[in-house]
Design a protein around this ligand. Structure first.
Ligand SMILES: Cc1cc2nc3c(=O)[nH]c(=O)nc-3n(C[C@H](O)[C@H](O)[C@H](O)COP(=O)(O)O)c2cc1C
Length: 179
């Protein structure tokens, strides 16, 4: 698939078939995502693949109280990817000071780039994904995320069982100005 087609054709998928995702396929996706750009090439993004059905069920039931709409998607996905970052590196100078006044928020930026690269690579391999930003804070505890890491977002991953239409996009005129 041409990159431009992959960018256009990727949709957020919230219904999945029961077909499992092989480790070989998942590792290909993560390898592709490793080529994402990152702050001073710090590469702070780490992925946790949650396959255990009982843990996925607990996440869907216990960690979606703020937005129950996500529960069905989390239950349906054969794999939930927890996207985490190693704290204290991205946005920092070697002496521990911040490089810019955006401080350590660059780690969110890097997690976002990596997540989109992950989703595009998955799309290329015929898989569906949806990035999730809404989940209860209790999820970090449930996943035993260590102190030096931050859980940024989830990505539900699996073979698509739906073909959603394209949500309306803004026009180039809306998006682009020249000076
Ligand atoms: C940072 C971020 C957080 C998101 N959180 C959720 C979420 O919690 N639940 C959900 O169903 N979709 C979530 N989405 C998916 C968006 O709703 C989706 O990308 C948007 O509607 C455009 O649809 P498309 O991805 O098919 O182009 C999120 C997307 C992003 C980038």
């Amino acid at each position: 698939m041409q990159t431009i087609d992959c960018i256009r054709q990727r949709r957020s998928i919230r219904k999945f078939t029961k077909e499992p995702v092989s480790h070989e396929t998942l590792e290909k996706i993560v390898e592709a995502a490793s080529y994402s750009p990152s702050w001073k090439n710090t590469q702070v993004v780490r992925y946790i693949a949650i396959e255990d059905p009982s843990l996925r069920e607990r996440i869907a039931k216990e960690c979606t109280t703020g937005f129950v709409y996500n529960a069905g998607t989390l239950e349906a996905a054969p794999v939930i990817i927890a996207v985490t970052v190693i704290k204290g590196r991205c946005g920092y100078e070697k002496d521990g000071s911040f490089t810019t006044n955006r401080k350590d928020t660059w780690q969110m930026f890097d997690a976002g780039i990596a997540s989109q690269t992950f989703c595009l690579a998955a799309c290329e391999l015929g898989l569906g994904t949806v990035i999730m930003g809404i989940f209860d804070e209790s999820l970090s505890e449930l996943l035993n995320i260590p102190e030096d890491r931050e859980l940024v977002n989830l990505i539900c991953l699996g073979y698509p069982a739906e073909e959603p239409s394209v949500p309306k996009r803004k026009t180039v005129e809306d998006l682009l100005t020249y000076k």
